[in-house]
Design a protein around this ligand. Structure first.
Ligand code: ATP
Length: 266
């Protein structure tokens, strides 16, 4: 990262509330080319809200969000062609085949139909889905659907990739392939910005980890930096420490005790 390099994402003083609930409380963040950002935090911390604001899907925030140097509120949506997105809840069109779906997505991003089709077919083949290309998505397994989503987010070769639980449902071999794809894309100067709750994955694949809690950034750095600052072992330990959570044993114990109450026994 050169000192003169402009950030690809620049967020300053970002606040967001839904009715009376304040969800983001002054997020400041600069992200550069080639970074693989693990954006983590407890359920409801505000991760998806931050990402949806960057995607232009949520309005009503205060603060400034710049992507590729331009304020996204300036009415020019051209930046969206240079980003890709894998949402937390997949909205795949089940009645379509992968060929129909992916060529449709490619066209939305301005690709020629034949080019999108040929590229999608090769990418499907590389992820072991050649035979499924003309099958309806409704017949796919969870992992197969996830691969189609990943392909759909990358087909137009975006400069920033936003992903929510990108490895969800993938088998161990596919996880290795996708991790390697992210590393190669980052080495090319692309930016990966993803959320995940699987701490050992985040620990391994992120070049930078950003932890938010109650709408505020509470840690930001490489895994090694976070370890130094918190004198904790794993990212899971750091996460629990910074979010003030130390009751997991008590909760699990009570949960199991409740299961045993009044249950039918022989
Ligand atoms: N459309 C909405 N209307 C009202 N409240 C919302 C809306 N979207 C999100 N929220 C609230 O905003 C808070 C942050 O939600 P968000 O989805 O950003 O969290 P998250 O960090 O992505 O959580 P998770 O890890 O569970 O995906 C939550 O309290 C949620 O209930």
């Amino acid at each position: 990262m050169g000192l003169t390099e402009e950030p690809v994402i620049s967020i300053s003083g970002l606040w967001m509330n839904y009715s009376d609930r304040m969800v983001l409380r002054g997020i400041d963040l600069e992200v550069y080319r080639g970074q693989i950002i693990g954006y983590i935090g407890p359920n409801g911390a505000g991760k998806s809200t931050t990402v949806k604001i960057m995607l232009g899907l949520v309005e009503g925030y205060t603060g400034t969000v710049r992507i590729f140097g331009r304020d996204i509120a300036d009415g020019n949506a051209a930046y969206k062609r240079r980003i890709g997105y894998v949402p937390e809840i997949a909205e795949l069109y089940d009645s379509l085949t992968a060929r129909e779906y992916l060529t449709f997505i490619g066209e939305l991003y301005g690709m020629k139909r034949t080019e999108a089709d040929a590229k999608a077919e090769r990418l499907m083949d590389l992820l072991n889905l050649k035979k499924a290309y003309d099958m309806r998505i409704a017949s796919y397994s969870k992992g197969m659907k996830q691969k189609v989503l990943l392909i759909s987010s990358m087909l137009h070769d975006p400069d920033i990739l936003f992903l929510d639980e990108p490895l969800s449902g993938l088998d161990a071999n596919s996880v290795m392939v996708v991790k390697e794809i992210f590393a190669s894309l980052a080495a090319q100067g692309k930016t990966i910005f993803y959320s995940s709750h699987i701490m050992d994955v985040v620990e391994k694949i992120s070049s930078r980890i950003i932890l938010i809690n109650n709408g505020d950034i509470v840690a930001d750095g490489t895994f090694a930096q976070l370890q130094e600052q918190n004198r904790e072992g794993s990212l899971e330990d750091i996460f629990n420490q910074l979010t003030g959570f130390d009751k997991y044993r008590d909760i699990a114990g009570e949960f199991v005790a409740v299961l045993g109450e009044g249950a039918p026994h022989e």
